[in-house]
Design a binder for this molecule. Structure first.
Ligand SMILES: [Ca+2]
Length: 261
């Protein structure tokens, strides 16, 4: 039907050169509308940031001190197509004692430890005493946040902690037995749509930390059906452009109406 519509415009181009620009406008509009219509099919990423102004933000982000009850924030993701390929988390905290904190991210059956008493080891039971962080947790970073060094508020990209052991009694020196990376925890899950929950607990009394904001980026591959639909659409658009050029080439030998007296 769309091609038929375009054919009508092309015919008018040949018969009346005063409207020779109309088919081009129509084609541009048509292609633009089709690309807009197809945009949702190609969507494969989600990016969101959450903070005190987000609906349902609990307790001003203040993490209960010395308690496993913790603080959590759940956000619903929708519109993603295809399996998860990568997850990145931003974490902005203020105050407190970083080595007190235990944090994880969940989605469906996926579970990833983000922080587990950073700096704590067999020789340091307290962990790093810095007050806060503004970090990105990304599998591609070169250093694990558990060993960021201490003595400053970290602001760079780090690998998530990944130590899936009890934050009080567990051995935090080696990596735990759970998934060590965000990709291991969530990669391959059939969908990123649904609830994602950040949980943070301050498991040692004294010094209070606050979640000032956090963010979530999810990359996913388009579903095969979307890829096929997209390919068909590209072929269709290619055909429309080819038809237009063919008609326009045929119309060129005719004199322009403005020149003929
Ligand atoms: Ca504390």
């Amino acid at each position: 039907m769309l091609i038929h519509l375009f054919d009508n415009n092309s015919t008018s181009t040949i018969n009346n050169m005063t409207t020779s620009k109309e088919p081009m406008k129509s084609a541009t509009l048509l292609i633009g509308l089709l690309l807009l219509a197809l945009a949702p099919l190609a969507r494969a990423d989600f990016s969101g940031a959450f903070g005190p102004s987000s609906p349902g933000w609990q307790n001003g982000g203040v993490i209960p001190d010395g308690s496993f009850v913790g603080w959590s924030d759940t956000r619903a993701v929708s519109g993603l197509a295809g399996a998860i390929t990568d997850v990145t988390v931003t974490l902005n905290l203020s105050g407190g004692w970083n080595g007190d904190l235990y944090a994880y991210l969940t989605h469906g059956d996926g579970f990833a430890v983000l922080l587990n008493r950073v700096g704590r080891s067999g020789t340091s039971g307290l962990g790093y005493g810095d007050a806060g962080m503004n970090v990105t947790l990304d599998d591609t970073a070169s250093m694990n946040i558990h060993n960021y060094g201490g003595g400053f508020v970290p602001t760079l990209s780090y690998q998530s902690d990944g130590r899936n052991v009890n934050p009080v009694t567990g051995n935090l020196t080696p990596l735990g037995s759970g998934p060590a990376t965000l990709s291991a925890a969530f990669g391959g899950m059939t969908t990123g749509n649904g609830n994602w929950t950040l949980f943070v607990a301050d498991v040692s009394g004294g010094d209070v930390s606050t979640v000032t904001s956090w963010g979530l980026e999810i990359a996913a591959v388009p579903e095969p059906a979307s890829l096929i639909e997209g390919s068909v659409a590209v072929l269709f658009l290619g055909g429309v452009v080819w038809l237009y050029r063919r008609k326009a080439a045929k119309a060129q030998p005719l004199p322009a109406a403005g020149i003929v007296s």
